[in-house]
Structure formats: C-alpha cells, structure tokens
Design a binder for this molecule. Sequence first.
Ligand SMILES: [Zn+2]
Length: 265
Amino acid sequence: MKFYVSVDMEGIAGIALREQTMRGEPFYQEGRHLLTEEVNIVVEALVQSGATEIIVKDAHATGFNFLYDRLHPAASYVLGPVPMSNRFAGVDETFAGALLLGYHGMAGTPGAILDHTYSTADVYGLELNGAPIGEIGVDALLFGLRGVPVVFVSGDDKTCAEAERQLGTVRTYETKKGLGRHSGLLKAPRRVHEEIGDAVKEAVVRRAACKPYTIQGPYEMKVEYTSTRLADGRYCDEIDTFRADGRSVLLRDDDLLRLLSRTFG
Ligand SMILES: [Zn+2]
C-alpha cells in the first residue's frame, strides 16, 4: 500500500508568520523544526497503517525546507523545484492515496492564515471553468490525473473547509483557526503532534470513500495577476491564450496537464 504526502508549510502547527516560512528570515529555523516533526509523525502513522512505500514531497517554496538529518527513515523525499507537469514525481496509479499536509486557503480567503495561490506576489486568484480554485484543488487534480484520491488534508479551519467544499469526502485535520492573514487561534504544536497521527490512520481506514478528483474538459483557466505588468508579460496568441482584462489572462485547453503546465510553467 503506497501513499504520497505533499507537504506545504503555512498550515503546519505553530506557523502563522511569513518569517517562519521563508529562508533567511529570523524564525525560519523554528518553522523547519515544526515542519519536520509533523512530517515524521505522519510518516510513522502511515507505517503503522501498513504503508509499504511512502513518498513525501517538500512542496513549499524552493522545496528545501525539511531538516534532512532528522527525517523518518521509512519514506523517500522529493526535494527541490520541479515543473508543474512533474510536481508529484514518482506518483502513479499504484498509489492508494495522497495526503496534503500543512496546506492553506486560496488567495483572498478571509480569515485564512497566509492565504495565497502558489505566489503571493504574483497571483491574485485562479478560476478553472468559472469556479475559484486554489492549491488544494489544483494539487488534487494532479493526483486525480493518476487516479489517486486525496484522502487527508490538514491546515487551518479555512483550509479544511476549502478541502471539503472542493473535494467532498476527505478526512481533514485542523491545526489552528485563522483570525487573519497573520493571526490565529493556534493549537499547541504538542497537542497537534499527539492528535494528527490518529487522524491520518483514520483517513487510511476510510480511504475507499474518497474518489480521485476530476473536472470535465474542455478547460478554461483564468489567471488574475496582482499587476497589469505580469499580464503584459504573457504572450496572448488569441487562439488559446487571451487577455481577459487588465490583470487577467485566459488559457483554454482540452488537456488538463498541459493547461496547468501552461498556467504555471
Ligand atoms: Zn507554502
């Protein structure tokens, strides 16, 4: 039984500040400790649930955030930047489920801790076939293309609500309640470390209720940038890439993976 764990940083227990998630910032080392400890607990829970192979992807920023000498030996780890088309390197149809650990609400979510969609600086929001979509939805679609269901999502309360709204049946685990972009009612990390393993084990038991996430084509992605300058930088051929308005570009495609690759590069 194989599992794939994609790990972001904003939804990890004890994290609420940009300074805890960015290399070179004063609290980043503290963030790495919290991140690595939570990853290890999840890997151990999967091992105890009967997992025979576990791949963990460091999906935050450049993909170099774990404390490597402390990682649980039972998993292998995908590090470093990869293109969207290979975002979850190593995943295939033989995986029983995917877990999205430490995720966050999409850009513009009120009361969500560190809300964004791939890039705070560049992306104001995404819409796929007319509906808003964030990282939970896009990453679930990438797993869905391989027939792999997302069985578990963790992060703040807005993250959990977004996951349930987008994916339907999925086990969520709340690490904190968001009060604003940089404020929240945090569960003590030690409490999260006591609870999250059981939540993962329950997700494994209930995985059959989760279906691979898919959206019917053809596809249309609207990318709203934070600035007209960024939209100016996209070549619009008026065939399948269009300037929708001052800040937005519209991409059309029959192939979802190609569409996502064109959106993010
Ligand atoms: Zn992140």
